[in-house]
Design a protein around this ligand. Structure first.
Ligand code: ADP
Ligand code: MG
Length: 382
C-alpha cells in the first residue's frame, strides 16, 4: 500500500489531490469528531502545497428526488465554513445544482486551493460504484487519497472505482486506523476484553466469531444483552431484541458460556430493559481494570436519555482509567456517548494507548477479519 506520508513536497506541489473523507455527520456543530480526524491530512497537503478537492457523502439522499429538491440535512455546504474556520484558510464549496460540471470544478481549483464538493450521493452512480462516474471524478485530479476509513467497506465510486484511474494513497487517518486495528487483531496483550453493547447482535457476529478464541471475555450490555436473555427464554417484555440472532446466540452460549458475561442486574422502565444495573457496572469494572487490551463497541443502554446513561458512563469511565491497556473504541453512538464522561477527548486522543476509531460498520467489518474493498484496492493500486 502507498501512504500519503511517504510523498514529498516535489511530488505534491501544485498537484490536485482528490481527498475522500467521511463527513457523514448529522450535526456538524455538535459532533466534530470525524471532521477533526481528517484535519491532519488536509494540513499535510497544504504544507506540501498541494491543491485539494475534498470528496464526501452525507446520509442517504432520496433516490426519488432531484438534486435541487434534496433535504438540507444532506448538503455538505455547512462543512466548507467549518473546515475553513478550523484551518483558517478559505474553503470553496461547489454544489451540483446544474449537474456535474468538470470544467467549472477545474477552473475553481486553479484559483482556490481547497474545494469541497457537494454530497456525491446526490448522484446514484456513487453508490453503484459506476466506472464512468469514477472516471469523471478522477479526471479532476492527479492523485487520489482515501482518508475515509468509515466508508471503506462500501464499494462506492469515490472509494473503490476511482482507484482504477489514479495513483492512490492511504491518508494519515486511514493509516492510523489500520495500524491501531491491526495491533489489536494481530498481537494483542492479554487479558483481551471485548465490550459489546448497542442495538443489534447481527452487526457484531463477524467480530464475535473472529475474536471468540482470542478474547478472554466478552462483556455484553445494551439491547444486545436482551437478545441473549430472550434466546434463553427469559422474559424481556417490550425490550428491544433481535429474534433473528437467537440461533447464533444459543450456539455461542453452548460453545463457551464462561467467555460471555451477561448483565447481573438491569434497569427496567415501562416494561423495557434500558440499561445495565450498578452491580453489573461494578462487575464489569473489575474485569476491565485488569485488561491489557480493550475493544469497545456499543453503548450499554439507551444513553441518549439521561436516566439510562449510567451504565454506559460507568463503563466509559473505567475504560479511560485503565492507563496500561491498549484501547480501541468505535461506533457512531459509542463515540457520541463519551460526552457523558468528564474526559477531555482532545487530550484523550493524544494518549497513544487509546484510539477512537471513526469507523462504525467499517470497524466492525475490519475487526471481523474482512478485507474492506476501499483498502484492498489501495493495496492493489500500482
Ligand atoms: P454504535 O453506533 O456505537 O455502533 P449501535 O448503533 O449498535 O452503536 O447502538 C447504539 C444504540 O443502541 C443507541 O442509540 C442506544 O440508545 C441503543 N440502545 C442501547 N441499549 C439499548 C436498550 N437496552 N434498549 C434500547 N436501545 C438501546
Ligand atoms: Mg449506530
Amino acid at each position: 500500500m502507498k501512504y500519503l506520508k511517504q510523498l514529498k513536497l516535489n511530488q505534491l506541489k501544485n498537484k490536485t489531490c482528490l481527498l475522500r473523507v467521511d463527513l457523514n455527520i448529522k450535526s456538524p456543530e455538535k459532533d466534530a469528531f470525524r471532521l477533526r480526524a481528517v484535519l491532519p491530512t488536509i494540513k499535510f497537503l497544504i504544507k506540501n502545497k498541494a491543491k485539494i478537492i475534498i470528496l464526501s457523502h452525507r446520509g442517504r439522499p432520496s433516490k426519488a428526488l432531484s438534486i435541487k429538491h434534496q433535504a438540507s440535512s444532506y448538503t455538505l455546504k455547512p462543512f466548507a465554513k467549518i473546515i475553513s474556520l478550523l484551518l483558517r484558510k478559505p474553503v470553496h464549496f461547489m454544489d451540483f445544482k446544474k449537474g456535474f460540471n468538470a470544467s467549472e470544478i477545474s477552473d475553481t481549483i486553479t484559483r482556490d486551493s481547497i474545494l469541497l464538493l457537494e454530497n456525491l450521493r446526490f448522484f446514484p452512480e456513487e453508490e453503484k460504484n459506476n466506472r464512468q462516474f469514477a472516471k469523471k471524478l478522477a479526471s479532476l485530479g492527479d492523485i487520489f487519497i482515501n482518508d475515509a476509513f468509515a466508508v471503506s467497506h462500501r464499494e462506492n465510486a469515490s472509494v473503490a472505482a476511482i482507484t482504477q484511474f489514479l495513483p492512490s494513497y492511504a491518508g494519515l487517518l486511514l493509516e492510523k486506523e489500520i495500524g491501531n486495528l491491526d495491533a489489536v487483531m494481530k498481537k494483542s496483550k492479554k487479558p483481551l476484553v471485548v465490550v459489546l453493547g448497542g442495538a443489534k447482535v447481527s452487526d457484531k457476529i463477524g467480530l464475535i466469531n473472529n475474536f471468540f478464541k482470542k478474547a478472554d471475555c466478552f462483556l455484553i450490555g445494551g439491547a444486545m444483552a436482551n437478545t441473549f436473555f430472550a434466546s434463553q427464554g427469559l422474559p424481556v417484555g417490550e425490550s428491544l431484541y433481535e429474534p433473528k440472532s437467537f440461533s447464533f446466540v444459543a450456539n455461542l452460549l453452548t460453545s463457551d458460556v464462561n467467555r460471555l458475561i451477561l448483565p447481573k442486574d438491569i434497569v427496567i422502565y415501562q416494561g423495557k430493559i434500558l440499561d445495565i444495573g450498578p452491580e453489573t457496572v461494578r462487575k464489569y469494572n473489575e474485569i476491565i481494570k485488569k485488561a491489557k487490551t480493550i475493544i469497545w463497541n456499543g453503548p450499554m443502554g439507551m444513553f441518549e436519555d439521561k436516566r439510562f446513561s449510567k451504565g454506559t458512563a460507568g463503563i466509559a469511565a473505567v475504560i479511560f482509567k485503565n492507563k496500561k491497556a491498549k484501547i480501541i473504541i468505535g461506533g457512531g453512538e459509542t463515540i457520541a456517548s463519551l460526552k457523558l464522561t468528564t474526559y477531555n477527548l482532545q487530550l484523550t486522543t493524544k494518549n497513544r494507548n487509546l484510539f477512537l476509531s471513526t469507523g462504525g460498520g467499517a470497524m466492525l467489518e475490519y475487526l471481523a477479519g474482512k478485507k474492506l474493498p476501499g483498502i484492498k484496492l489501495l493495496k492493489n493500486n500500482r
